[in-house]
Design a protein around this ligand. Structure first.
Ligand SMILES: Nc1ncnc2c1ncn2[C@@H]1O[C@H](COP(=O)(O)OP(=O)(O)OP(=O)(O)O)[C@@H](O)[C@H]1O
Ligand code: SF4
Ligand SMILES: [Mg+2]
Length: 348
């Protein structure tokens, strides 16, 4: 898929979701005589998502994207920080108090097959949230709503009696999306929703999500490795590295001129449909360091070709460099994503 930029984001005024200094740490190891270590999967993450806005979340494997998505929907109990949903702090709410808010925020899983109960029909899978959250509806009213939401995702009600194994991967993801939409949520976390699908099917599901967004105005945190898809779908993009956001900006600005060296490397492989922009491809050497023992100072410094001795001194702050564009890097003298010879490959 070629990269087609999302429209420039308007400044979000009243955030639907506001995440403040969120931390999700996991105790690992330890025993009778040894204290456990803390794996900082998500550390000091703050951002907002406006009503109807789609925020992309990118970063290498293990950077904490799924952990962040799950924490925001309170599928886990965060270690610290706040998650304000429509002004209410979800971290302060217990299971019972969260229940009435659940319909308003839903998760779309990466693997539609694993997330659908093989012993339930489509009608049962898609209708299950209605049974729990809208017990006043009778079977006919439930069926009417199931038919409506299946129509939205491009499936016919005549398949409602079938089981997940009778569908293709793309159709199964449509069922997963229907289940997420049935209660008319205002916010979705979509965690790599197309990466388990055949390439030929991926564009159809991305187009479905674009359509869902256009028709229903639903806000989304869209987690993906595929930067082309992110460019296509998202208003803004946050880049994660080792549990922290290192850059966040409107999609167009981030693709045109990344401000963080990690983003520059990550985005250098994406073709941009602008003949005036030519980028050298930067191959990132080495693995992401362990979140159990992150390097001191800037966590990216071991892989950063612009690192200075002062980068080891302290964790750089996430600073606004221009309207809506934030970066976590101490160097302001760098001009990144600079034009270069098409096709060249640089090693860092
Ligand atoms: N329940 C858990 N207990 C301990 N460590 C965990 C747990 N869940 C995630 N982690 C660790 O947290 C870090 C972030 O994992 P996460 O799955 O959020 O990354 P990701 O960015 O979604 O990666 P991927 O792109 O591969 O899906 C990893 O080091 C992972 O091993
Ligand atoms: S702070 Fe230093 S090491 Fe970190 S990204 Fe910026 S230049 Fe590179
Ligand atoms: Mg993940």
């Amino acid at each position: 898929m070629s990269v087609e930029m999302a429209p420039a984001a308007t400044a979000p005024e009243i955030p639907l979701v506001e995440v403040r200094e969120l931390r999700q740490w996991f105790p690992v190891g330890g025993g009778l005589l040894r204290k456990h270590d803390m794996l900082r999967a998500v550390d000091d993450v703050s951002f907002t998502i406006a009503k109807g806005e789609v925020l992309g979340l990118v970063g290498e494997s293990g950077s904490g994207k799924s952990t962040l998505g799950r924490a925001i929907l309170r599928m886990t109990q965060p270690t610290g920080g706040q998650i304000l949903f429509d002004g209410r702090d979800l971290t302060k709410l217990g299971r019972r108090a969260l229940r009435p808010l659940r319909p308003r925020m839903q998760f779309i899983f990466q693997d539609p097959f694993a997330s659908l109960n093989p012993r339930m029909t489509v009608r049962q899978i898609v209708g299950a949230p209605l049974v729990i959250q809208r017990p006043e509806l009778n079977a006919a009213a439930r069926d009417a709503r199931i038919a409506e939401v299946l129509g939205t995702v491009g499936l016919s009600m005549q398949y409602a009696g079938r089981y997940p194994h009778e569908f293709s991967g793309g159709q199964r993801q449509r069922i997963g999306i229907a289940r997420a939409l049935i209660l008319e949520p205002g916010f979705l976390v979509a965690d790599e929703p197309v990466s388990a699908l055949d390439v030929s099917i991926q564009a159809q599901i991305v187009n479905l999500l674009i359509e869902v967004r256009r028709k229903l105005g639903v806000a989304m945190l869209f987690i993906s490795h595929d930067l082309a898809v992110v460019g296509h779908l998202c208003d803004r993009v946050a880049v994660m590295y080792l549990g922290r956001i290192v850059e966040i900006a409107p999609t167009r600005a981030l693709f045109r001129q990344p401000r963080h060296p990690y983003t520059e490397a990550l985005f250098s492989a994406v073709p941009v449909p602008d003949p005036t922009i030519r980028r050298d491809r930067i191959i990132l050497r080495g693995d992401v360091p362990s979140p159990l023992k992150p390097p001191s100072g800037c966590a990216f410094r071991g892989r950063c070709r612009y690192a200075l001795p002062e980068c080891a001194a302290a964790i750089p702050l996430l600073r606004q460099v221009e309207g809506g564009h934030w970066k976590r890097c101490i160097r302001d003298d760098l001009v990144l994503g600079r034009p270069g010879k098409r096709g060249a490959v640089e090693e860092m």
